[in-house]
Write a protein that binds this ligand. Structure first.
Ligand SMILES: NC(=O)c1ccc[n+]([C@@H]2O[C@H](COP(=O)([O-])OP(=O)(O)OC[C@H]3O[C@@H](n4cnc5c(N)ncnc54)[C@H](OP(=O)(O)O)[C@@H]3O)[C@@H](O)[C@H]2O)c1
Length: 165
């Protein structure tokens, strides 16, 4: 399974249930990477999407403890067990964990690839991705050239779970 996130120098990912910044090229990367795939998100992240609506052309799965929760175009699951049962019908490489903090933390251990758009800035934040530089099982395996958006520098990074030797 994959994780996909944009994170700043401190691995911050959000403030007040919003992204720290919307970079058009990053949005395109996200869309290109996840289209046709399965996206897994927490209820708060769903609510942070435009119009609070599921993402088009993707299978949307939303974690919530609220059994009355219903959104057209998304499948609600109510526990990790229920999520993993639902995900069993898909190929692991087709599954993308798209946030937020709680869901990244709960599922990191089951994932083996992380696509991180790394923002070279320190934003005010209240949500963070696990610091993969401190995760001994993970290593940086790829980086784009430096990208810029106005005066912000950022990179498309790929981290992978270390292969057992
Ligand atoms: N930079 C990025 O790439 C990126 C991507 C996504 C999100 N974000 C940011 O992340 C922040 C949101 O993160 P968050 O941690 O506050 O919220 P979240 O993970 O999006 O959603 C949390 C909610 O998910 C549900 N949930 C999580 N685990 C569950 C489980 N095991 N069983 C049942 N329900 C479960 C619960 O919903 P109920 O309360 O309904 O029970 C919980 O309140 C926002 O700032 C958002 O913008 C950033």
């Amino acid at each position: 399974m994959n994780l996909i996130a944009s994170a700043d120098r401190n691995w911050a990912i959000g403030l007040n249930n919003k992204l720290l910044i919307r970079i058009p090229e990053d949005m395109k990367f996200f869309q290109k990477t996840t289209t046709g795939k399965v996206v897994v998100m927490g209820r708060k992240t769903l609510e942070s999407l435009p119009g609070g609506q599921p993402l088009k052309n993707r299978t949307n799965i939303v974690l919530t403890s609220n059994r009355g929760f219903q959104v057209k175009g998304a499948k609600a699951v109510h526990s990790m067990e229920e999520l993993l049962e639902e995900l069993g019908q898909y190929r692991s490489e087709d599954i993308y964990i798209i946030g937020g903090e709680s869901v990244y933390r709960e599922l990191l251990g089951l994932c083996d690839v992380a696509h991180i758009t790394k923002l070279e800035y320190e934003y005010e934040a209240d949500a963070w991705f696990p610091n993969l530089e401190k995760e001994k099982d993970w290593e940086l395996t790829g980086s784009s050239e430096e990208q810029t958006y106005f005066d912000l520098e950022y990179y498309f990074l790929k981290y992978e779970r270390k292969k057992k030797s």
